[in-house]
Ligand binder design. Structure first.
Ligand SMILES: Cc1ncc(C[n+]2csc(CCOP(=O)(O)OP(=O)(O)O)c2C)c(N)n1
Ligand code: SF4
Ligand SMILES: [Mg+2]
Length: 353
């Protein structure tokens, strides 16, 4: 008679981790990246996936927009289940504006490049910033046109060097100072390699109902990561000046956080969540526009890469509020309402006679 062995029943596999709407992080992923290994843009896509997952945003409620560039390819690499529009070079803001006006209950996320934004797209960018339209606008800033083999963009610093040895002889446009001056209501700069700071800023961005402009320094390992470049990993690590320790407490977690009000500024966002900014510089006030612009100028003159939340204003009306639109998103209105009949047109013509 053979001996019977009692094979232990394997323990059931642990249930996959889910967020507050029951989704797994895999539900926020996109296609496999075709960008270079080590490109800062890939790290930003990962942070977007984490932030959307942790905030429990339904992917179907997100509209992704981009222009043209390596950075503008990024939306293909996160949130496959969201809506997406890859537009023309530098023209993403007008496409996004139309889509937001028609779909006011969706979350708009623009991911683009420094070239797309302030080289060819400068005209569109400035008009987007002045409207305080609800959009999270992310610049993956590497100081070059990565996709077309590394020419300087308008954010390249004076004196920065190309691989070929060519020096940039024009001053840069500071996208953050420009956005603050024009009317964006949540403006900051981070670094693709700073998981914690960028993650907290992205979550606060999701909670903000107005124009968020985040310039994320995102090194191009292929064309702009050498000695002499001011957008390389090495340069940013050596010259980063962090303005505040940024953290975020979502409304749904309801965690009481002890902080010293003299040391930490707590900003209540539109949905009741809190952005906590622990001061690393004594006199910095992120609600003071003029100070924000002067601090950015000082950092630039010193050759520092200043990161943090430079400006936040949760009180300014956004463009959708100002338009006093109907409650129902325009895109979902029936044709009977969006296409008035002949009599209405004739009455309007009559008034103009
Ligand atoms: C109208 C138009 N002009 C020029 C180009 C060529 N072009 C494609 S991407 C690009 C620059 C991209 O730079 P950036 O936005 O910084 O993105 P990166 O590749 O650096 O992420 C240029 C000039 C184009 N596609 N369309
Ligand atoms: S060329 Fe530069 S910007 Fe483009 S994918 Fe490669 S590293 Fe990234
Ligand atoms: Mg670029």
């Amino acid at each position: 008679m053979g001996t019977t062995t009692n094979t232990p029943t394997p323990a059931p596999a642990p249930a996959p981790k889910t967020n507050r709407i029951g989704l797994q992080v895999i539900d926020y992923r996109g296609g496999k990246t075709t960008l270079c290994a080590g490109c800062g843009h890939n790290a930003i896509s990962e942070r977007i996936i984490d932030a959307m997952y942790e905030m429990g945003v339904s992917p179907e409620r997100v509209m992704k927009f981009s222009g043209i560039g390596c950075s503008s390819k990024s939306p293909a690499y996160f949130m496959n289940r969201s809506h997406s529009f890859n537009s023309v070079h530098g023209r993403m803001p007008s496409v996004a504006t139309g889509a937001i006006l028609a779909n006011k209950d969706l979350i708009a996320l623009g991911v683009t490049g420094d070239g797309d934004t302030v080289s060819i797209g400068a005209g569109q960018f400035v008009h987007l910033m002045r409207r305080n339209l609800p959009i999270i606008y992310i610049i993956e800033d590497n100081g070059v046109y990565g996709l077309t083999k590394g020419q300087f963009s308008a954010t390249a610093d004076l004196g920065s060097k190309l691989k070929s040895g060519v020096l940039n002889d024009l001053p840069p446009i500071d996208t953050c100072a420009l956005a603050i001056q024009l009317g964006a209501t949540f403006v900051g700069r981070s670094f693709s390699g700073d998981k914690r700071q960028l993650g907290a800023m992205l979550k606060a961005a999701i909670a903000h109902k107005g124009t968020v402009m985040l310039d994320v320094v995102s090194p191009c390992v292929t064309f702009n990561d050498h000695e002499g470049s001011t957008k390389s990993y090495k340069y940013v690590k050596e010259h980063e000046e962090v303005l505040q320790d940024v953290s975020f407490v979502p409304a749904f977690e309801d965690i009481a956080v002890d902080y010293d009000p003299g040391e930490t500024l707590s900003v209540t966002m539109h949905d009741g969540s809190r952005l906590q900014l622990r001061k690393l510089e004594e006199d910095y006030d992120p609600t003071d526009k003029i100070r924000a612009i002067s601090r950015l100028t000082e950092a630039h003159d010193a050759g520092d890469v200043l990161t943090g939340v430079f400006y936040v204003n949760t009180k300014a009306p956004n463009f959708l509020d100002m338009l006093n639109m109907v409650d129902q998103p325009l895109a979902t209105l029936p044709e009977s309402l969006t296409r008035p009949g002949r009599e209405v047109l004739e009455a309007a013509m009559e008034e103009l006679r």
